[in-house]
Design a protein around this ligand. Structure first.
Ligand SMILES: [Zn+2]
Length: 333
């Protein structure tokens, strides 16, 4: 039995993105696979009155089970209402769908948005696969994110050795022929907590920290010119907060030279046609930092609620910071 996202109280991205592009802000897309992440995302979105995309990768589906995650998203809607949000705007999105079958399965099971990532395929094959997903998705009023250009880095099964910036001259043809609703582009963001090799960076002489190469705003602006007002998505946009990395390293962790995208650059991108910014690693870091610190300070404790509570609080703080200080999606409900 197919389940429509509309029955679950979820929304697709169409109206949300149109408003975000017009308003010069971006919608947060937070990955989730645990109850604590879900709770922290909903609490942050409700408190800051932000629309939110809760996204699930193939790896998250394998970890947590697709059915459970769908009920968690339904639970997120009900939880948001319980927290006092009369009209929550929550999207359940498939991150990096790699086949028509996976996208179809998600559409048939309550997802309101899917990504089909054909970016590793030859151009014409990417178009054919994306178009097939769009045709099925649109029959169900589900929105589709496609990708053109390749990101470097690691995120679950998504791996690419080197990045290839999106070619602005291709975007009109691609968007028109596929009918996709939004487009993930490559302008120098990267998946994971090690976005750049030390040799790609410079070092801040004061702090000794790595400074990553700047995003290719010229490519972004050229794309915007080709497709005015078309929703653009940035993947791999965690900032890898150095205080969380320091906390992890101070309590037995080992994350040397972890580096992300500076928040000033994401703030600038959010003001453009970029209307969805994906953040996953920062949540992982916030959770791990809080748990490591707690374990170090309370070696006698063993009740998971004791260490998952500060982990949840730390994630919520991070989500609110992103919403308010980076994406500007607060007070939009
Ligand atoms: Zn991604």
């Amino acid at each position: 039995m197919a389940v429509s996202y509309k029955e679950l109280g979820l929304v697709n991205t169409r109206e949300m993105f149109a408003k975000a592009v017009k308003g010069g802000y971006a919608i947060p897309a937070f990955n989730f696979n645990t109850m604590e992440q879900m709770q922290a995302i909903v609490q942050a979105a409700v408190k800051q009155k932000s629309p939110v995309i809760m996204q699930v990768s193939k790896g998250a589906r394998n970890y947590a089970n697709g059915t459970i995650l769908r009920y968690m998203a339904q639970g997120a809607v009900e939880y948001a209402k319980e927290l006092g949000c009369a009209n929550p705007q929550i999207v359940l999105h498939l991150d990096h769908g790699d086949s028509f079958e996976l996208c179809k399965d998600c559409i048939d099971n309550g997802f309101s948005s899917v990504m089909i990532d054909g970016s590793a395929l030859p151009y014409e094959d990417n178009i054919a696969l994306t178009k097939k997903v769009v045709e099925y998705a649109h029959q169900h009023d589900v929105t589709v994110e496609a990708e053109l250009g390749v990101l470097a880095g690691v995120e679950d099964e998504v791996q690419a050795e080197e990045s290839h910036y999106t070619k602005p001259e291709e975007v009109i043809d691609f968007a028109t022929r596929t009918g996709c609703d939004s487009l993930a582009i490559s302008i120098g963001t990267s998946h994971g907590a090690y976005k750049f090799k030390p040799e790609q960076c410079t070092r801040d002489p004061k702090t000794g920290r790595l400074v990553p190469p700047p995003l290719a705003f010229d490519v972004l602006h050229a794309i915007e010119k080709k497709l005015p007002g078309f929703p653009i998505v940035l993947h791999g946009s965690s900032s890898v907060p150095q205080d969380e990395v320091d906390t992890i390293n101070a309590h037995g962790g080992k994350l040397p030279d972890a580096v992300g995208i500076p928040e000033e650059q994401l703030r600038e991108a959010a003001k453009s046609a970029v209307c969805k910014i994906n953040i996953d690693s920062d949540s992982r870091l916030a959770m791990t930092a809080a748990i490591r610190k707690y374990f170090d300070e309370h070696p006698e404790h063993f009740d998971p609620r004791q260490y998952l509570k500060p982990a949840r609080e730390n994630m919520q703080k991070m989500y609110e910071h992103k919403i308010v200080d980076v994406l500007g999606s607060n007070n939009k409900l």
